[in-house]
Design a protein around this ligand. Sequence first.
Ligand SMILES: O=C(O)CCC(=O)C(=O)O
Length: 332
Amino acid sequence: MHRFLAVAADCASYFEERAAKDSPAQAAFAQGAAAAIQWQALLQSAFPDPFEADALFAQMNAHRHFRYWSVRWHYMAEAMNAWREDEGLLSMEPIGTEADGGLKSTYDQFGYVVVRQLFSEEEVVALKAEALKILAEKGHHAGVFVGLAASSSTFAEAVCDVRLLDALESLIGPDIEFLSDKVVYKSAETGYASPWHQDWPYWKGAHKLSVWVALETASVESGCLKLLPGSHKALAAHDGVAKEGEGFGHRLAEDAIDETLAVSAPCEPGDAVFFHDLTLHASHPNVSGEDRYAWIITYRNAAEEDLTYDWSVAAKVVRGECSRSSSVAEEH
Ligand SMILES: O=C(O)CCC(=O)C(=O)O
């Protein structure tokens, strides 16, 4: 058995071993073990010749069918990510893509869904150029800048993009309100890793959905997102402490997450990660030496009761109507 199939076989026993233990993830591991076994069969029939793991991944990434094979890819990725850490073996495509099981069911199951190429590369080049212009005008350096749509007609239009709204409609319903957006940029000098957190503690009230759009390639090395699948079902204790000037005042304690259960979400320019405000997420540090720009847009269901927010200066209903009867001012 060549190298990669050996890895898949080990992966199956790894899952089986974990599935045998009494843990909240038991069922997931059992599913993962079944997936690993199917995966071996699939690989054997599709790639009968011996090959090296790296070559396989190149082929898989180029091949939509394998790239989006199934939602069970998710369970493979968990184990593979753990292995990659230990053995430096492989890198896996992120899971929770639209094609895994449909937009809404993937989002409901994982708390996020990755949509590939929501925006084209040309559009992303134009958006990034506009973001850079705004940042230069505002004299802003690496970090977080809130209010692109409030500062620019390009972004004000982009937050109403029909592809975004169609996806949002299937996730949160026909009445959609844009709340705010921001650019998060890490440079060669400022390559911080965002800590594990849920967004909800920052705004409370009704649940909201954010869309993380890659304005350029975001790899594990350049600081892509990490997410904890299924974490949107409950609020986590945010009892971590930020150091002076670090930001992310609401964060989990440093050892609170079992990183082997987390998933990295490398993205190409224009890919978008739609995520619930209870989905635990963080990002890798940028160690690539290149800049990493991401645009994050937050929306809510315009028909749901919610608080009002003084930071949502450019808020507007972007599809459907606002049938909210009353709003309560945000507590301070
Ligand atoms: O893009 C990143 O590094 C993560 C940003 C993030 O998690 C956030 O702004 O809530």
